[in-house]
Design a protein around this ligand. Structure first.
Ligand code: ZN
Length: 265
């Protein structure tokens, strides 16, 4: 049997070289230095915070918050969207991750992290262009179609940048409202062990803003002071571990959704 032809070397990629070099730095500066942390994480994860963020390469939640391994349970998708609860047994990636974070990990805070200059929100607003260019994106961002409807109703001579920033924040609020449609989240809020936060990262200004209520407005986060949740609080007792959603867990999740106004101002 003849030898297999030699595999040509992969083309050099400065981007991939930077990633490999970065991993080497991570091993040297973190993994090999902080044995206690990584030994503890061998036993499992117990993050208190779930962040639902956009896939945008400029808004990595762990980087902008300086979080350590094990501190954040991160879900990322186009435009940081949360679909409404749908009990139709179809595969739903974001909903599955939310369920796992709440039921199995017992997170106490869920942060929806929007950002400025979001291409996903732009696709939502420019629905005609989106439909022509994308096979999947248009249907996905349509989760927040109420935001588009609201922005379409604004005066046409309004500054497009102002409308875009407003739509990005409105999309965060829409995701908060959709979160509250999940029975297990409504139950956690009602029990005082789960809080919802709407954050907005304006990387053009380097600012972090937080929704004051599920209807807004967003205000700048004061340095050193965690903002109050937009919905609920997490001052109650920590939830019991619920790694498998059996019948008992399903019964506990039958609580009605908290009342959150359907639209933001
Ligand atoms: Zn985005």
């Amino acid at each position: 049997m003849a030898d297999a032809p030699a595999v040509p070397p992969a083309p050099r990629s400065s981007a991939l070289h930077r990633l490999v070099d970065g991993f080497d730095r991570f091993r040297g500066q973190h993994f090999e230095q902080d044995h206690d942390l990584y030994d503890a994480l061998l036993d499992g994860q117990r993050p208190e915070v779930m962040i639902i963020a956009c896939s945008d390469s400029r808004t990595d939640p762990a980087i902008i918050t300086g979080a350590k391994p094990g501190e954040l349970f991160v879900i990322r998708n186009v435009a940081a969207l949360v679909p409404r609860h749908e009990a139709d047994h179809r595969p739903r990636g974001t909903s599955a991750a939310i369920e796992f974070g709440v039921k199995a990990l017992g997170v106490r805070h869920i942060i929806v992290l929007g950002h400025s200059f979001c291409a996903g929100v732009r696709c939502l607003l420019e629905h005609d262009h989106g439909g022509a260019r994308f096979e999947f994106v248009s249907d996905w961002v349509n989760i927040a179609r109420e935001v588009r409807d609201e922005m379409d109703g604004l005066v046409t001579d309004a500054d497009r940048a102002v409308i875009a920033r407003r739509a990005e924040q409105a999309t965060v609020l829409t995701s908060l409202r959709h979160l509250a449609t999940y029975p297990f989240i409504a139950e956690g809020i009602a029990a005082g062990r789960l809080a919802l936060h709407g954050w907005y990262f304006h990387f053009g200004w380097g600012l972090l803003q937080a929704a004051q209520t599920p209807l807004g407005p967003f205000r700048q986060v004061d340095s050193g002071t965690p903002p109050a949740p937009a919905v609920g609080h997490a001052d109650g007792a920590a939830p019991p571990p619920c790694p498998r959603a059996g019948r008992a867990a399903a019964r506990r999740c039958d609580a009605p959704a908290p009342s959150i106004a359907p639209r933001h101002p």
